[in-house]
Design a protein around this ligand. Structure first.
Ligand code: B12
Length: 431
């Protein structure tokens, strides 16, 4: 089979397996490997220690071949996960906890990874290769957005996200490395975006008629992508971030990012950030929700069954998980059952209870008292500490005597120094 036929067969198979996008590039050095090293050096990875491993492989994915022939081709795949948008009323309802879109379905890692190996099996069946390719979806040392950009699957926006000019940025990325030489997609430095796909004039972006040929900052520098950057002068994502997590375009500091704290971090959320989290209890989509490239999308049904949004995972009422009938924030078994196959499992029950306490504190309604009282007696010090903070919010706003007694009781009985400190600060702050 010629390179060209094999490439066409792979793309058609990828589509058949449920991938929305498939572009192929030759393996070379990652374009922003140096930026990544500097980013790590600034301590941006926080608790995500896995990011500092295998620096050489992250720079040169060819090195990921273990024993077999070196990888020559990188197949970049995209799965569209845009289902529907939440109404502004739901988004702003402080009594609900908003979950990031990517987590509305079952865990994409578990669904997409086997498909990568199915795709690899398809290639092996045609080439007779005995060794395995390497399939990665968020799971290995590959700068996935760099490769998506390089392969022309989308461009990197100022919010760091890979944006497809027709589908927006609600995309999962995945890569499959194989030793076969394939026919590579041309590097795109001029996108052909039909003016009709852009709904009217958007502030800071060129008028729709100007979209026909819109240059990518393929050779732009880290700090100055130049006037031809695909985000134009638009800075909505940078401006909308409630925690000011963007140091500048293309540069996020996770230690200020709601997604980092609510998904990855096991430590307490810094007190000065908590009030800015609003009702986001797992991940955050704000820098994508405001992006003009995401404003003109129609919802769609996923090709992959497992990636269907499950309504009960979108914006659950904050108090639901404390109800004796559905105590999923309080009881490990109820948590495991309610969030089976969900990406929320990554934060673990204690991490989720921490996040929910922050949202309850931000809601600040006296109705949250009994839930916070239960959380203040939880087995996890992380949860107890954040319950203390949230009780402090009730006390501060409503002079809620129940909150004050609960905090005093917590302070009297607590052994953990951090939790004691939270309770003391909460009582002090309200004094
Ligand atoms: C660690 C990680 C995080 C961290 C750090 C994110 C970050 N921006 O660094 C945290 C926990 C905060 C996070 C959050 C989210 N993540 Co995340 N995350 C990752 C992971 C595992 C590694 C990313 C990484 O290496 N970060 C280090 C920084 C330096 O790299 P980067 O953000 O990719 O930035 C690139 C650009 O800034 C570029 N760059 C720098 N300067 C310049 C200049 C120019 C001109 C250009 C063009 C590019 C450029 O270089 C970098 C390398 O490519 C990837 C999977 C993977 N293996 O790549 C998923 C991944 C990036 N995450 C993903 C998702 C979905 C999210 C969230 C939307 C989840 C949510 N709703 O809460 C948010 C989005 C936050 C954001 N705006 O980035 C998707 C993104 C898909 C997409 N369309 O872009 C990925 C690819 C996972 C996947 N397989 O689908 N994530």
């Amino acid at each position: 089979m010629s390179d060209r036929c094999l490439t066409a067969a792979i793309k058609s198979e990828a589509r058949g397996l449920g991938f929305d996008f498939c572009r192929i590039v030759g393996v070379e050095e990652a374009a922003h490997a140096d930026f990544f090293v500097r980013w790590l050096g600034l301590g941006r990875a926080g608790e995500m220690e896995y990011l500092s491993r295998h620096a050489d492989k992250r720079r040169s994915p060819a090195l990921l071949a273990e024993g077999g022939a070196p990888f020559r081709s990188l197949i970049v795949l995209g799965v569209d996960y845009h289902r529907f948008d939440l109404s502004p009323q739901v988004l702003a309802d402080p009594a609900r906890g908003i979950i990031a879109r990517y987590a509305w379905s079952d865990d994409y890692h578990e669904i997409v990874r086997p498909l990568l190996y199915e795709l690899d099996g398809f290639v092996r069946a045609r080439t007779g290769r005995k060794t395995l390719g390497k399939g990665l979806v968020d799971t290995g040392p590959v700068l996935e957005r760099d490769w998506a950009h390089r392969a022309g699957l989308g461009f990197t926006g100022k919010n760091c996200c890979t944006i497809h000019p027709r589908q927006g940025s609600w995309l999962f990325l995945a890569t499959l490395l194989v030793p076969e030489k394939l026919t590579y997609d041309p590097v795109i430095d001029v996108w052909d975006v039909p003016a009709s796909s852009v709904g009217g004039v958007i502030d800071g972006l060129p008028a729709s008629g100007e979209y026909g040929r819109w240059r990518l900052p393929v050779n732009g520098s880290d700090t100055d992508p130049g006037p031809e950057a695909t985000c134009g002068q638009c800075t909505r994502c940078l401006d909308a971030c409630p925690t000011d997590a963007f140091i500048g375009p293309f540069h996020l500091d996770p230690l200020r990012c709601i997604a980092y704290w609510t998904i990855e971090a096991r430590r307490p959320i810094p007190r000065q950030l908590r009030s800015k989290f609003g009702n986001r209890i797992f991940g955050c989509d704000i820098c994508q929700e405001v992006c003009p490239w995401n404003q003109r999308l129609a919802g769609r049904t996923p090709m992959l069954e497992g990636l269907r949004a499950r309504r009960e995972r979108v914006a659950p009422p904050l108090l639901e998980g404390f109800d004796p009938g559905t105590p999923y924030w309080l009881e490990p078994r109820a948590f495991a059952e309610r969030w089976r196959r969900s990406p929320l499992k990554r934060a673990k029950r204690a991490g989720m209870l921490r996040n929910v306490c922050v949202a309850l504190g931000n809601w600040g309604d006296p109705a949250a008292f009994w839930a916070l009282q239960a959380a203040s007696a939880d087995s996890s010090p992380l949860a107890r500490g954040h319950a203390g903070w949230a009780l402090g919010q009730l006390l501060r706003r409503h002079r809620d005597g129940r909150a004050a007694s609960c905090l005093r009781a917590l302070l009297a009985a607590e052994q953990d120094t951090r939790v004691r400190e939270e309770a003391a600060v909460a009582l002090d702050g309200a004094a």
